[in-house]
Each structure stands twice: as structure tokens, then as C-alpha cells.
Design a protein around this ligand. Structure first.
Ligand SMILES: Nc1ncnc2c1ncn2[C@@H]1O[C@H](COP(=O)(O)OP(=O)(O)OP(=O)(O)O)[C@@H](O)[C@H]1O
Ligand SMILES: CCCCCCCCCCCCC/C=C/[C@@H](O)[C@H](CO)NC(=O)CCCCC
Ligand SMILES: [Ca+2]
Length: 555
């Protein structure tokens, strides 16, 4: 509740023919029903409402005929008739309302005023407060992938998102992509980034990946940093990124907002939320391969992705079919994993607590790592080595997964690494050793239940700042030479074995699944960069202790 001295406006206004005391403070708008009886009445609608100014979408003056269902009792109408002129005496406030499962919707309330000048004062005071919120975006660059997920990106944007941006006065330049990497290349070289307060992608994780590749690359090149050098500290990107989910997995949206809902995402963009996020760079020797924010998976998830790419026409169901096929195939791979454990930071991958809105672990580690990197820069020491000792594990693995965040998604609401953090500068390295099909199934099923997927003898998890992987039969450069059809020898070898399961030989190599894209190399060097990008999100909110179950969208 705001202190009376801090109030900007206080008036008696009407909402649906009932009198309300309405007050505008520097942080809240509240409306409280005037009631003659102090006795609680169970069937009367709620008497006290408040909305944070930071969650107001917009305010608009109403034409008289627009005040649907809110005809007054005639007293104020008489005044208007006496004055014999048309006047605007009502205004509508659009604001964020929380629904179940982290969904937001845009609710509205119309206030009728006794006179036009008062109405104008209210509208201009609220608009002044909104304009003072400099963190809200005014101009956005929007990329739509018309072919992601169920091919609904364009319709979702036009029907659900564009009207909200227009209502909130957010200007947009919209580009519907014409081919893969269109958005990435446009951001890298052409886009006039200074004009914008953020970039929005309408699509899935693959589309988001294009956006970060364009933005991160551009930021490094403009700042004189060589993206091919794995030892370089990368420069953080200044533009925030919004995700309107329209893909197949949408795990980045789900893990940063808590739901895959275009309206919820659009509202997080409008109110100007900001969520920092870690990014892993992936190199092969001194060659930059890709950035990753969610899953880097070798073995099971690499094979699922490779197989599912051939079934793209099936849409999101391709992952279920390929998942089942790869589970039955049960391939394991030999190799060496070396990693640099994250030392001296808060949090472990086996914690019961989760990364949530305003996460203290992310704040603490973010501060610590930026102080450390400043110190090491001064001392001209390599940041990685000063963290501690490298550890090496050699073995046969069904899966090697690195999750830089939980990777929660509708398929697995707690994700691959439930206690991973969005912005703590680390990634959780999960090693699933060769085991029976039955045991692997137990591990997989635990992604969908309350049971701990790491509490199994053949699974280990380490929170790391950096790791490397080399397959046992490490390919020479000639393995990667292409034949006349563009296939590498490694691909052909894998193909022969997959096509002849009866010969009993498993392929020597899997592929890395990097946020849903296949990497061209198997020997990789991965480094986590703390809080390199920012999203228009706030992390998953803890549910309110007393949820308003009478709210229309709570049902
Ligand atoms: N116009 C286009 N035509 C063809 N491909 C495109 C186009 N625009 C973008 N792409 C590519 O489509 C791929 C998949 O897109 P997207 O991530 O939106 O959907 P998805 O793969 O179904 O979802 P998810 O990544 O969440 O599983 C991306 O890798 C992107 O590079
Ligand atoms: C037999 C029952 C088993 C049930 C097991 C369910 C386990 C689900 C874990 C889901 C992890 C998703 C990780 C996210 C990866 C994304 O970066 C990537 C791009 O969108 N998606 C995939 O690679 C798509 C990967 C899809 C995997 C199925
Ligand atoms: Ca992390």
C-alpha cells in the first residue's frame, strides 16, 4: 500500500456503476469500492484492487458508446446533457493479470469520471508515469519464422501479439524470414541496431539461436573481439531479446517465463522485463562452431535430433518418434570428457531449490564472476586455469549432456537439470554411462516425475565453467573431408552401421545436438560466459501465496 503523501491523484470514480476511491501513486494504481456496510459479503465482487504501474500496458480515453455495460445511473449523464456537448468522461486502463501456470493476460478496467477535465488529468498522469519507465521498449525489430513448429508463427504474431504492441504504443519493424539463417545474417551485417530497444523472434529454439548468433557475433566484431578465439572474454549484448513461442520445444521460453504462451511473452516484452542469461561458446581448436544456451547433447539427444531432422514434415511429433527409435537403438559412445568444476560459487546441481525470478544464486555468482574476471584481466592470468584443476573421465556413454539452464519444457516440466541456473555462469555436465535399456528408461522417465534423475549409479552430474570432449576414435581432419555428395567419411561410417544393425557394430560417433542444431565436429571445447545476453523475461515467478481464485482467468 502506498503512503498518502506519495499519492499523485485521488478521486471518486465509477466502475460498472459502483463508486470507487481511486488513487494513483508512484508505483501503484488502486481502486477500492465505497461500501456503506463494513460487513464482509461473500457474493459481492472483490472490493479492493491494485495494480503495479510497472504492469500497466496502456491507458486510453473512451468514446461514450465504448463504455460497454457500464451505463451510469443517470446522474453524471444529466450533467453532460446540460452542457449540451459530447465529452470524454471515461478512461480504460489495460494491465497485466496473472492466471494459472505462470500465464499472463491483458485485463482492463474502465473508470467513469464526473467531468472531462478530471478524466484528462487521470489519463495524462498515468501516461506520464508510463513514459518515465525507460526500461520499456519503444521500437522493436521482429523476425517471424513462418515454418517453425506447426507453421503458425505468422498467424500467432498477427492475431495475438501485434494488437497488444499497438495498444501499448510499441513501434515495430517486422521481417518474415525467407530462408534459414535469414535473421542471423541480417542481424550480423545489415540491421541498424541503434534504432531499436530490442529484437523479438517469433519461432522456436532454432529461431532464437539464429537471433543470438547474429547479435553476439555483431557485438564482438563491433567491439574488436575475435569470436574464433576460445580464450577471449566475450562482450555482453546490449539489446534485449523477446521470444514469442511458435516452435516445437520452445524450451528457452518455457524455462525463462514458465509457460509457452504468446500473449504472456508479449506482455513481458511490453512491460520491459529483463532476464540475463548465460551462453556457452563451442569451439573446435581455434574454430568457432556455435553458441548454446540450453542443451549441448552427445549420444542420445544428438541421435534423436539427427534422426528427427529427416522427419521435419511431422512437426513437433518427430521428436517423440525419434526418441522412441533412439531409445530402442541403445547406442553408446566412447570418449574422454575433461572439465573445470565451478569452484567457490553458490549452488550445486543436486540442490532442492530452483532458479526463480530474482534468483539470489544468479545475482551472487554474476557479481563474483565479474569481479574475478576483472582481477584476472589485471593479473593477465587465464581465467579458466585459476578456477581450479581440470578433471578427466574416460568411458562409454549413452549420453553426455550439458544444460546451461534447466531445459524445462512441456515434455519435461522440471527439465534435464532441474536445479540449473539461467545466469550463474555455469553449465551442468550430465554423464550417463553405458547401462541396460531398463536402467536408461528409469533415468529418462525420472525427467517427467518427482524422482531425482541423478540418483542412479550410472549417472553423474558436475557443475562446470568449461569442458572438452574427444571421441575415442578421434577423427582426423581427413574424416571431415567431404565426398562428392557432400557426406563426410564419419557420416558414411555411421550410416553403414545404422543400416546394418545385424552386424552388431555400433557407430563410433554420435553428433552434438546444440540447442537443436547438429554440430559438424565431435571434438569440442565449451566455455560458459556469464550473463552474456538479456531476455525480455523475469524468470519463473513463485506462485502467490493466496492466489485469487475468483479471477476470471484463474479457472
Ligand atoms: N523462412 C524459413 N524457411 C526455412 N527455415 C527457416 C526459415 N526461417 C527460419 N528457419 C529455420 O527453421 C529452423 C526451425 O525453426 P524454429 O526453431 O522456429 O522451429 P522448430 O524447430 O519447430 O522449434 P524448436 O527449435 O523449438 O524445436 C531454424 O533452425 C531456423 O534456422
Ligand atoms: C520414454 C519416455 C521418455 C521421456 C523422456 C523425456 C525427456 C525430455 C527431456 C527434454 C529435454 C529437452 C531439451 C531441449 C533441447 C532443445 O535445445 C532442442 C531445441 O528445441 N530440442 C531438442 O533437441 C528436442 C529434444 C527432444 C527430446 C525428446
Ligand atoms: Ca547457467
Amino acid at each position: 500500500m502506498e503512503r498518502p503523501g506519495r499519492l499523485l491523484l485521488v478521486s471518486e470514480l465509477r466502475v460498472r456503476n459502483a463508486a470507487y476511491d481511486v488513487s494513483l501513486g508512484r508505483s501503484m494504481l488502486t481502486w477500492k469500492r465505497r461500501t456503506s456496510s463494513p460487513v464482509y459479503h461473500p457474493f459481492r465482487p472483490s472490493v479492493y484492487h491494485s495494480v503495479s504501474l510497472s504492469e500497466i500496458v496502456s491507458v486510453r480515453e473512451e468514446e461514450e458508446e465504448n463504455i460497454g455495460g457500464q451505463r451510469d445511473d443517470g446522474s453524471w449523464k444529466k450533467i453532460r446533457e446540460r452542457e449540451g456537448k459530447y465529452c470524454r468522461q471515461a478512461f480504460t486502463v489495460l494491465y497485466v493479470e496473472r492466471c494459472r501456470q505462470h500465464r499472463w493476460r491483458c485485463a482492463e478496467v474502465t473508470f467513469t469520471c464526473p467531468e472531462e477535465t478530471l478524466c484528462q488529468r487521470w489519463v495524462s498522469s498515468i501516461r506520464e508515469q508510463l513514459a518515465a519507465a525507460t526500461f520499456r521498449p519503444k521500437h522493436l525489430l521482429v523476425y517471424i519464422n513462418p515454418y517453425g513448429g506447426k507453421r503458425q508463427g505468422r498467424r500467432i504474431y498477427e492475431q495475438k501479439v501485434a494488437p497488444l504492441f499497438a495498444e501499448a504504443g510499441v513501434a515495430t519493424d517486422v521481417i518474415v524470414t525467407e530462408h534459414a539463417n535469414h535473421a542471423r545474417d541480417h542481424l550480423r551485417t545489415e540491421a541498424e541496431l541503434k534504432k531499436y530497444d530490442g529484437v523479438v523472434c517469433v519461432g522456436g529454439d532454432g529461431m532464437f539461436s539464429e537471433i543470438i548468433h547474429g547479435l553476439i557475433w555483431r557485438t564482438q566484431v563491433d567491439g574488436g573481439v575475435d569470436p574464433n578465439c576460445p580464450e577471449e572474454s566475450l562482450l555482453p549484448c546490449s539489446l534485449r531479446i523477446g521470444i514469442i513461442p511458435a516452435g516445437s520445444t520452445d524450451c528457452i521460453c518455457f524455462a525463462t517465463v514458465g509457460t509457452n504462451d504468446p500473449v504472456t511473452s508479449a506482455l513481458h516484452i511490453i512491460v520491459g522485463d529483463s532476464q540475463p542469461m548465460d551462453v556457452c561458446s563451442v569451439h573446435h581448436n581455434n574454430l568457432f562452431l556455435r553458441y548454446s544456451v540450453s542443451l549441448l547433447g552427445y549420444g542420445f539427444y544428438g541421435d534423436v535430433l539427427t534422426d528427427s531432422e529427416r522427419k521435419r514434415w511431422m512437426g513437433p511429433a518427430r521428436y517423440d518418434l525419434s526418441g522412441l527409435k533412439m531409445f530402442l537403438t541403445h547406442h553408446y559412445y566412447e570418449g574422454t570428457v575433461s572439465f573445470l568444476p565451478a569452484r567457490g560459487i553458490m549452488g550445486t546441481p543436486r540442490d532442492a531449490s530452483r532458479c526463480r525470478s530474482g534468483c539470489v544464486v544468479c545475482q551472487h555468482n554474476g557479481r563474483l564472476l565479474s569481479e574475478r574476471s576483472e582481477k584476472y584481466e589485471l593479473e593477465e592470468t587465464s581465467e579458466g586455469d585459476s578456477d581450479g584443476e581440470w578433471r578427466t573421465i574416460r568411458g562409454k556413454f549413452l549420453a553426455i549432456n550439458a544444460a546451461s539452464m534447466s531445459c524445462a519444457c512441456p515434455r519435461s516440466p522440471k527439465g534435464l537439470s532441474p536445479a540449473a541456473h539461467l545466469a550463474d555462469g555455469t553449465t551442468d555436465l550430465i554423464l550417463v554411462r553405458k547401462c541396460s535399456r531398463f536402467n536408461f528408461l528409469r533415468h529418462l522417465l525420472r525427467h517427467t516425475s518427482k524422482d531425482d534423475q541423478f540418483d542412479l549409479a550410472f549417472v553423474e552430474v558436475h557443475r562446470v565453467r568449461r569442458f572438452r570432449f574427444a571421441p575415442r576414435h578421434c577423427q582426423s581432419d581427413s574424416d571431415l573431408e567431404l565426398d562428392f555428395l557432400g557426406n563426410s567419411k564419419r557420416q558414411i561410417f555411421s550410416q553403414i552401421c545404422r543400416d546394418h544393425p545385424a552386424c552388431g557394430c555400433a557407430p563410433a560417433y554420435s553428433s552434438w545436438n546444440c540447442d537443436g542444431e547438429i554440430l559438424t565436429h565431435t571434438a569440442i571445447d565449451v566455455r560458459a560466459h556469464c550473463q552474456l545476453i538479456k531476455l525480455f523475461a523475469r524468470g519463473i515467478e513463485e506462485p502467490a501465496v493466496f492466489e485469487d481464485l475468483t479471477s476470471p482467468c484463474a479457472i
